[in-house]
Write a protein that binds this ligand. Structure first.
Ligand code: NDP
Length: 387
């Protein structure tokens, strides 16, 4: 089936891994999309190239230091160029059929909230805002009528087989985890792992932060909280299983014993294509799954003794939104320090554990509370690392 009408689309974080995969799909289906807005953090050169190629109406570079260089590259075009956090919020008010939330980290929270107000649908890859402020995001979507399209591969898989009319008959959501590059390593080797080893994911090609999160299984911890918000499922109905081949992207178990799953090669273009075309389907330029080439589909439990992250996600969910925010903020700071070789891999867990013990307040009443607690935890995590 083809997509009938041209969709207007804005991509927040177009220069990243998800952003580039999204534009790849659009390049293969130019007749069905019209790009309005593209944004980046620092990479002004790629942003300018993308803007020209996809005839964007407006671009924003979040880091204002690159504003002049970006303006210079686009001076012979009619593309509107702006810079800074406020500009990101401004372009999110341009009405579009679909906004793709592909910024990494909590930095995407306010653009996501603004996009929810002005877009018909938001393809949400940027999971950290949902972890930190899921109640706020889901309430904003309910208020504006914006459809949230889960883009993370596991949640996209669930979305594809989740029968809303039978939600009461769902007994469990089962998220699959590849186990990351350290799945079978000893604890001693994991503790001493380098950033170069951590970002080498066995199956997926992703940005640096999520790659480290996959190695620590923090990515799966964030995804448990993400699933709780996206599907309004209590924590005790969300399970995780390690599936090293990353072919089955997640399961939904119904009370009659049926277990529905979505399969595909580990390529983000498949779930992104689902979101781009939703509620229809479109051609994807990604590799196809050849079931005859599959030698095995293996499953194993998570090694909670070595990877404590997932256990912490359940504890945080039991405590409330403040604890989930704390888990995320502490992890963002720790991963940043690890990637700069400032701390060891095992220290990521120490930072998160210390912050959860210190700052895990329960309820948060609004955006100001969320921003204030995020700032407080980040500062405390930096102090902890420096000491
Ligand atoms: P990348 O690091 O590859 O890209 C991040 C994007 O955000 C880039 O465009 C970057 O710009 C921009 N950016 C970074 N910091 C800021 C900031 N402070 N303000 C505004 N823009 C900023 O990340 P990924 O594409 O890997 O991931 C994006 C999100 O999607 C994450 O939340 C991740 O967890 C989620 N996700 C990613 C998957 C993947 O396969 N990559 C799979 C599932 C979910 P610049 O290029 O200039 O730095």
């Amino acid at each position: 089936m083809s997509v009938n009408n041209v969709k207007t689309i804005s991509i927040f974080g177009s220069t990243g891994s998800i952003g580039r995969s999204t534009l790849d799909l659009i390049a293969h289906n130019p007749e069905i999309f019209s790009v309005k807005v593209l944004t980046a953090g620092k990479n002004y050169k790629l942003l300018a190239e993308q803007a020209v190629k996809f005839k964007a109406e407006a671009v924003v570079i979040a880091d204002e230091r690159y504003a002049e260089a970006l303006k210079d590259l686009l001076k012979d075009t009619s593309i509107d160029v702006s810079a800074g956090a406020a500009a990101l919020l401004d372009v999110a008010t341009l009405r579009v059929d679909l906004s793709v939330a592909a910024i990494v980290g909590f930095a995407g929270l306010e653009p996501v909230l603004r996009s929810i107000e002005y877009s018909k649908a938001v393809a949400l890859a940027n999971k950290e805002p949902l972890v930190a402020a899921g109640d706020l995001i889901m309430a904003a979507a309910a208020k504006s009528g914006c459809k949230i399209l889960p883009t993370d591969s596991e949640h996209n898989a669930i979305f594809q087989v989740f029968e809303p009319q039978n939600r009461e008959q769902i007994s469990r959501l089962i998220l699959t985890a590849s186990g990351g590059p350290f799945r079978s390593w000893s604890k001693a080797d994991i503790d001493a792992a380098t950033p170069e080893q951590a970002v080498k994911h066995p199956n997926w090609s992703m940005g640096a932060k999520i790659s480290v999160d996959s190695a620590s299984l923090m990515n799966k911890a964030l995804e448990v909280i993400e699933a709780h918000h996206l599907f309004a499922m209590p924590a005790d109905k969300i399970d995780v299983v390690v599936h090293p081949q990353s072919i089955i992207h997640s399961f939904v178990e119904y009370k009659d014993g049926s277990v529905l799953a979505q399969l595909g090669v580990p390529d983000m273009r498949t779930p992104i294509a689902y979101c781009l075309a939703w509620p229809q389907r479109m051609e994807s330029c990604g590799e196809r799954l050849d079931v005859l080439q599959l030698s095995a589909l293996d499953f194993e439990p998570v090694r909670d003794d070595v990877f404590p992250s997932i256990k912490w996600a359940y504890q945080a969910l039991a405590q409330g939104q403040g604890a989930c925010l704390t888990l995320n903020a502490a992890n963002e700071i720790a991963v940043e320090a690890f990637l700069k070789h400032d701390i060891s891999f095992s220290k990521i867990y120490d930072v998160v554990d210390a912050m959860l013990n210190k700052h895990a307040e329960g309820a948060l009443s609004g955006l100001d509370d969320v921003i204030a607690l995020d700032k407080k935890v980040r500062n405390a995590a930096r102090v902890f690392i420096n000491n």
